[in-house]
Write a protein that binds this ligand. Sequence first.
Ligand code: DGL
Length: 272
Amino acid sequence: MIGVFDSGIGGLTLLHEIIRHLPNEQYCYYADTKNVPYSTKSEDQIKEYVENAVNYFVQRKAKTIVLACNTATNVCIEDLRAKLTIPIIAIQPAVKVAVDNDKSVINSQRKNILVCATPITLRSDRFQRLLDSLDADRIVERMALPELVKLAEMEEFGKSAEDYIKETLLQIDISKFSSIVLGCTHFTYFEPIFSKLAPQLSLFDGNEGTARHLKNILSKLNLISLKRGTSFSIEYIESGKPTENLERFERYNTRIEQLNKTFRIRKTFIKY
Ligand code: DGL
C-alpha cells in the first residue's frame, strides 16, 4: 500500500496524478480533517500531527509514504527521513519548473514568478534554501493565501474564492509576472480562477513532478505493482479513522477529474 498524506483534501489533487503514473496500486489517503488548516498551527503541533499519520502508515506496513502537503514537508521532512526506513516522497513548490520553463526569467532584474502558498511554507528555511539553490530569491514574489485552504475544505469554489484571489492579486502588478506557482495542494482546485484572473501567466504546481519522482523511486526499489490492466483502490482515513463521509471525497474526486479534463496545469515536472 502507498500512504498519501495531507492536512485535508488538497493532497487528493496529487493522488490523482499519482494514479495516472501508477495505476495498479493500493492507496490509503489520510486527511487530517480534525486539525486542518495546518497554517494556523505551531510547528510543534504540525510535527505531532504528521507523526500520528506516519505512524498509522507504518503500522499498516505502507511500502512508501507521500507527503502531499507542502506545509508539512517544510516543517518535518528532514526529521521524518532521519527516523524512517521506508521511502518518503514529498511535494515542494515547483519553482524550478517555472524557472526551467522560461530561462530568461532568471536574468531578470525584477520579480516575475509569483509563488502562492501557506504562510508557513513561504517563511520556511526549506523554501528559502530551494530559492537559494536556484538563485531565484531575486525573482520570486511570495504570496500567502491561507484562506484558500479553508475555502477548499468548505467546498467553496465559486464567488467567495474568486473575490479573495482577485483582492489579493490586486495588491501586486500581476502584468509584470510571467508565471504563478501554486505551492499548496489545496490551491490546485482554484486553477480555473487563477487562469481566469491572470490568463497570460503560466501556472505550475508540483503534482506531476512528485508523481514521476515517486514512480522512479518505486521502480528503482522494484516496488511497483505490475498487474495487468488498470486496477487501483483507495481507502480514505480521516485523522486516524476510516471516513464516515465517503460522499465528500467522491465530490472532490469528481471535481479533480473535471479539472484535469479542462484545465491541466502546464509543465509541472520537477527535476530532483
Ligand atoms: N495542502 C496543504 C499544503 O500543501 C495545506 C496546508 C494547511 O493545512 O494549511 O500546504
